[in-house]
Design a protein around this ligand. Structure first.
Ligand code: NAI
Length: 681
């Protein structure tokens, strides 16, 4: 076994050493950070490493270079988004890019073998870095995934990742990866050609990397059949297909990045040298665009939400008990199981439990690739009609009928059975926590953990704090939600909490317009032109018109004799009954044509979201949520509010800034009166 000698280059973020055979090992381990991202300091230090290896290659003291990560279960998560704000002019972006591109080119041109040994997430700039190395080895581990998530931030790979991925994987697979931003598992990445070799576990990485250096391994570019797709006329056809597929998902005026990438490929994909040069030209305007700034803001907001779960709580939820196996309870149970927990599920009816459990098979098949993992998940979801296991659970969630006296009775009956320190929560969508807690021996223990429907799709969960709820329980609720991979948002116990409170007036005012004779298709299209994922009328049908009418009543928004009331009275409840404002066929609303022009739709769309925005301001003023940023975060992740607009309050402030000529507001804290809160790692 060789003993590595540290090489003193004055590095803080890299551990750099040489072994007895002359192989140098560059292990990225960013100081003070839980994950490795590429910022200017990290890249400056990388430059020193590259210079050292260049010199060593000349004087033959260095035989190879291997990149690894010092962080457990994670390689490089991409460029450091926190630094992006300084790149606010195209020229600054181009200068920054030039520095990185030259460095990556120098890595690629090194005269000794350069190997990447990857375990865990390797995405964005991290994947671009390893694509500049000669040979990529990855672990066959669920944690190991590669990908280009840049489009989600309103950009595309800018460190020549576009050309290097096309070179290795061919245009079809590489473009698809870049256009969708999806995470690619180790096996698929190997199949595509982004990874060259797999090893069974992390322990084998070093050995395999050493062998690869000794054998001077060099990845071959994609074969001729794949590469042919970059030539004319195949390239033109491919570009058209990709443009159509992208346009079916997003609008070019809202999300220009994927379209710009397709244009770049279509124009220059036949000559990767030219494409590399043009990549920078096309990238710079995207990086400084408002859409990208707002999408980066959304990312930072998601980090703020996660930071609501304080570290060091010493609370590790492993067992969950869910009471009520209906629409919500069964899906909550399934999601917790899919997140690795053990769940017991209780209901008055054993049949309902069995049905609820069976319904989770689809989720398990989606989440777990192997039959063994699916079977293990199934085994973790246990029917418990009598509630025998309640005392073993770390978190108990009630999701029974929305009736205060029934919920009160249930909590009184179970309060004494919970183990000390376990979270006791209700999934109520409309009842005040303090009302449910009435009559409990310890009312301060109850919190709300309010999931949205469908559970598997909705990233936000509201943690409802009653006037008596204790901080410790609220914090534990947040920790639990984070542990199941969702974003917690702490809200005050007030009618509609945050999300339903702002969504209801938006939907109800659209329904009022409908009552006045406006076409449902026009209303829905206008909201989509603004950037909502779905129009308010279609959304009402999807949520269920009975639910809408119920929420409307609670918030005092129902109108006598409305179309909504009539439909509910007739049992036409929307998607679930096949008929609501729309007729539904195969899960799709049957829509007619929209005749209005784009400017009209844009104006109407803006008017439609006004009730939502003004309700956000009221909720902030009333302290429903702690800050404007958190209101924006909650509404984006709870309703799908146009992410490229950066959130309702941010959007309103930007609009006001633009009107007064003071410029758009950017970054976290922009729309807030609160002090800037940097996103936590
Ligand atoms: P559901 O009617 O589909 O299911 C309720 C289940 O609770 C039924 O299976 C029933 O047998 C069972 N149940 C009733 N009393 C019980 C008791 N004492 N012990 C054990 N089980 C009992 O209702 P859904 O829609 O799942 O709603 C449940 C809760 O979640 C409600 O508080 C609702 O406000 C809330 N919620 C509902 C959403 C939705 O979209 N459906 C969204 C967010 C929250």
């Amino acid at each position: 076994m060789s003993i590595d000698q540290p090489i003193e280059l004055g590095l803080k973020h890299w551990k750099f050493s040489a072994d007895i055979e002359g192989i140098t090992w560059a292990v990225l381990d960013r100081e003070g950070e839980s994950a490795n991202s590429l910022n200017s300091r990290v890249l400056e230090e990388l430059e020193k490493i590259v210079s050292h290896v260049e010199q060593g290659a000349i004087d033959k003291s260095v035989k190879g270079l291997v990149f690894m990560s010092g962080k457990p279960g994670s390689f490089i998560v991409g460029a450091d988004i926190r630094e992006f704000e300084q790149f606010d002019k195209e020229q600054i972006v181009r200068d920054m890019l030039k520095g990185v591109l030259d460095l990556f080119d120098r890595i690629e041109a090194l005269k000794v073998p350069v190997v990447s040994a990857i375990h865990g997430i390797c995405v964005g700039g991290g994947l671009e870095l390893v694509l500049a190395t000669h040979w990529r080895i990855a672990t066959r581990d669920d944690a190991t995934k590669v990908g280009f998530p840049e489009v989600k931030l309103g950009i595309f790979p800018g460190f020549h990742g576009t050309v290097r991925s096309i070179r290795q994987a061919g245009p079809m697979a590489a473009m698809q990866a870049m256009l969708t931003g999806r995470m690619i598992r180790y096996g698929a990445a190997r199949g595509m050609g982004l990874i060259d070799e797999l090893v069974p576990s992390e322990h084998k990485l070093r050995w395999a990397a050493r062998k690869a250096v000794q054998r001077k391994r060099k990845a071959k570019p994609a074969g001729r059949a794949k590469a042919m797709m970059a030539q004319w006329p195949a390239r033109g056809l491919l570009a058209k297909k990709m443009r159509d597929a992208t346009a079916a998902k997003v609008r070019a005026d809202h999300y220009p990045a994927p379209f710009a990438l397709i244009d770049l490929f279509e124009a220059h994909g036949g000559d990767l040298k030219v494409m590399a040069r043009e990549e920078t030209k096309a990238f710079a305007p995207l990086m400084v665009s408002e859409q990208s700034r707002n999408l980066r803001r959304v990312f930072m907001l998601s980090e703020q939400l996660k930071a609501q779960a304080p570290k060091g709580l010493g609370f590790k939820p492993l067992r969950v008990h869910v009471i009520g196996a209906g629409t919500m309870g069964a899906d909550i149970a399934g999601w917790c199981v899919a997140s690795g927990m053990e769940v017991t599920l209780q209901d008055l009816s054993e049949d309902v439990i069995a049905k609820g459990i069976k319904a989770q098979s689809r989720l398990f098949r989606r989440k777990f690739k192997t039959k063994a993992a699916q079977a293990a998940a199934k085994a973790r979801l246990i029917a418990d009609a009598a509630g025998n296991e309640i005392g073993r659970a770390d978190v108990v969630i009630e999701a029974i009928v929305e009736k205060v006296e029934v919920k009160q009775g249930l909590f009184k009956a179970i309060e004494g059975k919970l183990k000390p320190g376990a979270v006791m929560a209700t999934n109520t969508s409309s009842i005040k926590i303090e009302d449910i807690a009435e009559g409990l021996a310890d009312p301060g223990r109850l919190i709300g953990i309010h999931f949205f429907n469908p559970v598997a799709m909705m990233p936000l969960v509201e943690i409802v704090r009653g006037p008596d709820s204790r901080d410790d329980d609220v914090n534990k609720g947040c920790a639990f939600v984070k542990a199941i991979g969702k974003f917690p948002l702490v809200v005050k116990s007030t009618p509609g909490f945050l999300v339903n409170r702002v969504l209801a007036p938006y939907m109800m005012s659209a329904m009022t317009r409908l009552d006045k004779g406006m076409k449902r298709e026009t209303l829905d299209e206008a909201a989509k032109v603004f950037g909502m994922p779905m129009g308010p009328i279609e959304l009402a049908d999807s949520v269920g018109l009975d639910v809408c009418a119920h929420v409307g009543k609670i918030l005092g928004l129902s109108a006598e004799g409305s179309k909504l009331d009539k439909l509910v009275a007739a049992g036409k409840l929307g998607k679930k009954t096949g008929q609501g404002f729309y007729s539904w066929k195969d899960g799709k609303a049957q829509k007619g044509e929209v005749k209005a022009d784009k400017a009209e739709l844009a104006k109407l769309g803006r008017e439609l979201v006004e009730p939502l925005i003004s309700q956000c301001q009221k909720a902030l003023d009333e302290g429903v949520v702690a800050s404007a940023d958190l209101v924006d975060a909650g509404v984006i992740f709870g309703t799908g509010f146009a992410p490229f607009r950066g959130g309702p309050l941010h959007f309103k402030a930007s609009e006001a800034g633009a009107a007064s000529g003071t410029g758009a507001v950017s970054g976290i804290g922009g729309a807030s009166k609160e002090p800037n809160r940097a996103a936590a790692e």
